[in-house]
Design a protein around this ligand. Sequence first.
Ligand SMILES: [Mg+2]
Length: 112
Amino acid sequence: MNLSELMKMQMDFSREKFPQFWKIEDEKDLALRLEYLTNALAGEVGEAANIVKKVVRSVVYNRGDLRLRDVREELEEELTDVFIYTLTIAGLLGLDLEKAFYRKLEVNKKRF
Ligand SMILES: [Mg+2]
């Protein structure tokens, strides 16, 4: 399964579960949907960062017993949320992330 197929699955799911959200009449509606999704994405990134912060406090600064192995599943879940919102934003805007990924990889290969 490629990224475009995953994106289609996510969009089909979202359109079915949240039909009102996907009633977009004009640019104002589009901007508001984009704002909602980018805020949600930022929230999920924050949740992932908070887990990492707690591990660093424990492992690096010896404040607690938390280890990375203890939070792997939780981190995986938050990163999946990030992935899902990223796919949904791309779906909202009609972006081709798969193509963009390969393009960016080539840029980064030259850059680093
Ligand atoms: Mg989450």
